[in-house]
Ligand binder design. Sequence first.
Ligand code: PMP
Length: 312
Amino acid sequence: MTAEPLAPYIGMNGEIVPWADAKIHAFSPAVKYGAGIFEGIRGYWNDDRQEMYVFKLVEHMQRLEFSQKVMGFERIVDAKEMADQTLALLRACNFRETVHIRTAVVVDGYGESGATGPITTFITAVPRPLPKKVVDGVEAQVSSWQRIPDHAMPMRVKANANYNNGRLASIQAKRDGYDAALMLNTRGKVSEGPGMCFFMIRNGRAITPSTSNDILESITRDTLIELLKDDLGMPTEERDVDRSELYAADEAFFCGTGWEITPIRTIDRLAVGDGKVGGLTKKLQDRYFAIAKGTVSDYADWCTPVYQAAAE
Ligand code: PMP
């Protein structure tokens, strides 16, 4: 299938190539077995400064290295190398809008499921404006699909194959008329969504499932724990969350690079608080976007400028 390109170029094995030329063989372990790992990252466009800021690039590249290590790749692509290639691609495409970036490391060649190489890298960046759900919020369904337990697949690793679990939950949610899925783990505790973590506010306290609940160690989750504490004076309880506690939430939201901070209005059709976007959720969103877009000067070390860095 040949579709319209979403961007002029792609990064592949350290080179910048036309979008249409980034190909991998159908017989590769990447295609046959989902043998690959990746990162989702955002570059936020700041129109006043005519600059793009990549949010927490270093942290994403460190997790990319960790994912390769755990999945047994024969060669670990260096974090700094991949970060530099990401910035080079963004400059080559000359984006002047907010983008979603994907850095992927996959097993190429003709091997079987135990193959550890050869390794191929891809970097894509495509325009991604603010999703409507971030403003309006979503209706969430507790899925009947359980989150894969970490002792079956390493859920703190961003392995492509993990995502078929969340895919089933997303399909179920959509079929049943919801916007998003929230999964319980094999212990019956709240885990996370298909591509995002979960927070709730209850009686003035922020609560999120701990990292022992088969979740990705989310960079946005860490960011929000820090902002809630330092900016809003609200420490986060990281602990088990029962399904029935969801229904006692005053506010709830999903978070992640792709989902940013997405308010949850209902869970299993029960209103969260008054069923509208929560006040604290909105406050946190405002702060998060101001920092990520580089419109405030604090936390500047979380944001890597794309064009200024090249000019220096
Ligand atoms: N959980 C899963 C399964 C994800 O895919 C993501 C998106 N990377 C998240 C949580 C959120 O992680 P992050 O904040 O690092 O993007």
